[in-house]
Design a protein around this ligand. Structure first.
Ligand code: PEP
Ligand code: MN
Length: 337
């Protein structure tokens, strides 16, 4: 059940509702929006007392059942878009955000040059992989903690918040110490123990769609984050596995309006893993903006031909600057800044 509180009620009134929900035998999950607070009350109504009594409370606007299997992620009880505050950069608000940087952090010179260039071109968040999920064990696995330290250095230098992937539960504290957003990659999108560990760090989470994941499964994976006490979740579409071979994956842009409709969480598009081809990145970014995405995640490398991972899909520093200019009218047409 979802308990919607009246706008702008006091902390004391909110606490009283939470206490009552617990007393009735439900687990409350509080989601504080800009205007109002919504409480997800998880519990089996067949064995617990009904929450209907709360409808008579002065501080409660509405009590309603959530029909969908994903409860806290669903827009049913949480009408307004969630906004995620990443050290002052808001994802899911009026401003369109661009996360950019190399697939892998390779060395200091590479990450610094990229960070400075993407910031100058208008990116608002720096991406970079330190722990890389590679298909082959013989391929570059990332610099690990050294890579995280370089990312932190680039953050200090540019002021850009950073996003990096968490590959293993064993690294959750370490990764959370250095990053502002935790990325859960496509290959781990249904690693539920990892999702719980990531949620518990308290950092905002970007959950990629798995290679062959249905949208409902993806939304349910997101439910693991919210139901473990972390309201700061965004979904990232990065292409799915199909029969098509012209592209590395098939970027499912229909996921944007579907997920925006089903959920209040922000939606990010990653055209780089999506197509696996740098020449397609620009067109897919424009499509993503038009579809209503809240942000983009773009791989950028000073010299893609020499990249230690995903060379074919990374755009150059100059290519990224040009792309950002090209995107401006599309962002404005979509009603974003
Ligand atoms: C990446 O962002 O470099 C990456 C490995 O992403 P995905 O999990 O979508 O393949
Ligand atoms: Mn990559």
């Amino acid at each position: 059940m979802i308990v919607v509180l009246k706008p702008n009620i006091s902390k004391k009134d909110e606490a009283a509702v939470i206490k009552e929900i617990k007393q009735l035998g439900y687990k409350p999950h509080v989601m504080r929006g800009v205007e109002r607070t919504v409480i997800g009350a998880i519990g089996d109504e067949r064995t617990h007392q009904t929450l209907e009594v709360l409808t008579s409370w002065a501080q409660v606007e509405n009590v309603m059942p959530v029909q969908k299997r994903y409860k806290l992620v669903s827009r049913e009880g949480h009408k307004e878009n969630s906004q995620i505050d990443v050290r002052g950069t808001i994802i899911g608000g009026k401003k369109f955000q661009v996360m950019a940087g190399p697939c892998s952090v390779e060395d200091e010179k590479q990450i610094m040059a990229t960070a400075v260039a993407v910031k100058k071109a208008g990116a608002t968040i720096l991406r970079g992989g330190a722990f890389k999920p590679r298909t082959s064990p013989y391929e570059f696995q990332g610099l690990g903690e050294k890579g995280l330290k370089l990312l932190a250095k680039a953050r200090k230098e540019t002021g850009l918040p950073v996003i990096t992937e968490l590959l293993s539960e064993a690294h959750s504290e370490m990764v959370a110490e250095y990053t502002d957003i935790i990325q859960i990659g496509a290959r781990n999108a249904q690693n539920f123990q990892l999702l719980i560990a990531a949620a518990k760090t308290g950092k905002p989470i970007m959950l990629k769609r798995g290679l062959s994941m249905k949208i409902e499964e993806w939304l349910l994976a997101g439910e693991y984050v919210l139901s473990n006490g972390n309201p700061n979740l965004m979904f990232c579409e990065r292409g799915i596995r199909t029969f098509e071979t012209y592209t590395r994956n098939t970027l499912d842009l229909s996921a944007v309006p579907i997920v925006k409709n089903e959920s209040h969480c922000p939606v990010v598009i990653d055209p780089s893993q999506g197509a696996g081809r740098s020449d397609l990145v620009s067109a897919m970014c424009k499509g993503a903006v038009a579809m209503g995405a809240d942000a983009l995640l773009i791989e950028v490398h000073p010299n893609p031909a020499d990249a230690r991972s995903d060379g074919a899909q990374q755009v150059t520093l100059e290519g990224f600057a040009k792309l950002m200019q090209e995107l401006k009218p599309f962002i404005a047409a979509a009603g974003r800044e």
